[in-house]
Design a protein around this ligand. Structure first.
Ligand SMILES: NC(=O)c1ccc[n+]([C@@H]2O[C@H](COP(=O)([O-])OP(=O)(O)OC[C@H]3O[C@@H](n4cnc5c(N)ncnc54)[C@H](OP(=O)(O)O)[C@@H]3O)[C@@H](O)[C@H]2O)c1
Length: 327
């Protein structure tokens, strides 16, 4: 496992880290035992950074991470998120009272007296014009309840705006073979500002593992079933906003580029790590075998320039027009 500095924080974190949404919910049924086994596998593989949110399984994911931390001696940095407990996303909802209540709840779930990193959880675009909300986060840092804060965004424009606030340490954004815009329009500025970048949805919700088929079925409580068209939250979070058929076709093109001895999943993750502005990819893992496979991507040799060019070509030929303007 390799480690990269997390922005201006004191931490160096594993470049393949752990996304803890699926172990909370919205990805079909998961058992706590298996989720804990997946988390333990991550630590055994060298992961030292976990991304979660207060809403993943309504706190289930945070509580499992607290359990993991109690049972392990390694230092584990935990990033959580706040904002999605609002019944409806409004700028006014990001009040001091609500923020304090969300943070207190996460402190309890994570069984700690200070949160390592809190990210605003895809707030409305207008929020990035409200300096007072970032002031409230500064106050939470002063009060010792939060060590560092950052944002999780839907759009590149939001990311660029967020990093103009001087204490924003990290930006979490969708970045994968199907979502290449951040590399062209955001990474250079983030590097200048020494902001950490967490590449989320790195496997396009499992599509980039190469295992999905036209007739693959998803449980009714899996967002790949219930949010196919953005019925419940931003459609970009499900298969990166690429329609299922186009995604499968692009995967068949990408598959031809995967070197022998490397899985398609590892290829997709190694592609992300080719960008030095990225701090880490945070693949979601539900089972220990998935986590072990994902972590091995860290130590793979660099992809060839030829392969990088071809991935770009596949994006430009098949996917770009579906996503580039939207996010
Ligand atoms: N708004 C936000 O801030 C936001 C939104 C989305 C995600 N996130 C964060 O980003 C993390 C990652 O994104 P994501 O979980 O949405 O998508 P992802 O990492 O692209 O895909 C994760 C899913 O792919 C499958 N998978 C993972 N490793 C695999 C392997 N080695 N082989 C086969 N299948 C594998 C698993 O599902 P199956 O086994 O069921 O196929 C897993 O749940 C989340 O966990 C969360 O921490 C944040």
């Amino acid at each position: 496992m390799n480690y990269r500095p997390l922005g201006r924080t004191p931490w160096k974190v594993s470049d393949i880290s752990f996304g803890a949404w699926a172990i909370g919910g919205a990805w079909g049924n998961v058992s706590d035992d298996e989720s804990l086994a997946a988390l333990n596998q991550a630590i055994d593989s060298g992961v030292n950074f976990i991304d979660t949110a207060d809403v993943y399984g309504d706190g289930r994911s945070e509580r499992l991470i607290a359990q993991l931390k109690k049972s392990r001696k390694e230092e584990i940095v935990v990033a959580t998120k706040a904002g999605r407990r609002l019944p409806k996303q409004t700028v006014e909802g990001y009040s001091r009272e609500n923020l304090n209540a969300w943070i207190d709840r996460s402190l309890k779930n994570l069984s700690t007296d200070s949160l390592d990193l809190v990210q605003l959880h895809c707030p409305p675009t207008e929020l990035y014009n409200r300096a007072e909300v970032f002031g409230m986060l500064d106050d939470l840092v002063k009060a010792g309840k939060v060590r560092y804060y950052g944002v999780s965004v839907e759009k590149v424009e939001e990311a660029l705006k967020a990093i103009e606030y001087p204490n924003v340490q990290t930006v979490q954004i969708i970045f994968n073979c199907f979502r290449q815009k951040p590399a062209d329009t955001f990474f250079a500025r983030a590097k200048e500002k020494r902001v950490g970048i967490l590449a989320r949805v790195p496997l396009a919700s499992g599509m980039l593992t190469g295992k999905l088929r036209a007739d693959s079925q998803f449980d009714s409580n899996d967002h790949r079933n219930f949010n196919r068209h953005g019925e419940h939250f931003d459609v970009g979070e499900t298969f990166s906003g690429v329609d299922y058929k186009t995604g499968l076709e692009a995967v068949e093109e990408l598959r031809k580029l995967v070197p022998a001895g490397t899985s398609m999943t590892q290829f997709a993750l190694r592609w992300i790590l080719m960008f030095d502005a990225v701090t880490c990819a945070i693949p979601g893992g539900k089972r220990p075998d998935q986590v072990a496979e994902n972590c091995k991507a860290s130590d793979l040799p660099a992809l060839s320039q030829d392969a990088m060019g071809k991935v770009k070509g596949i994006y430009e030929g098949r996917v770009k027009e579906l996503v580039q303007e939207r996010w």
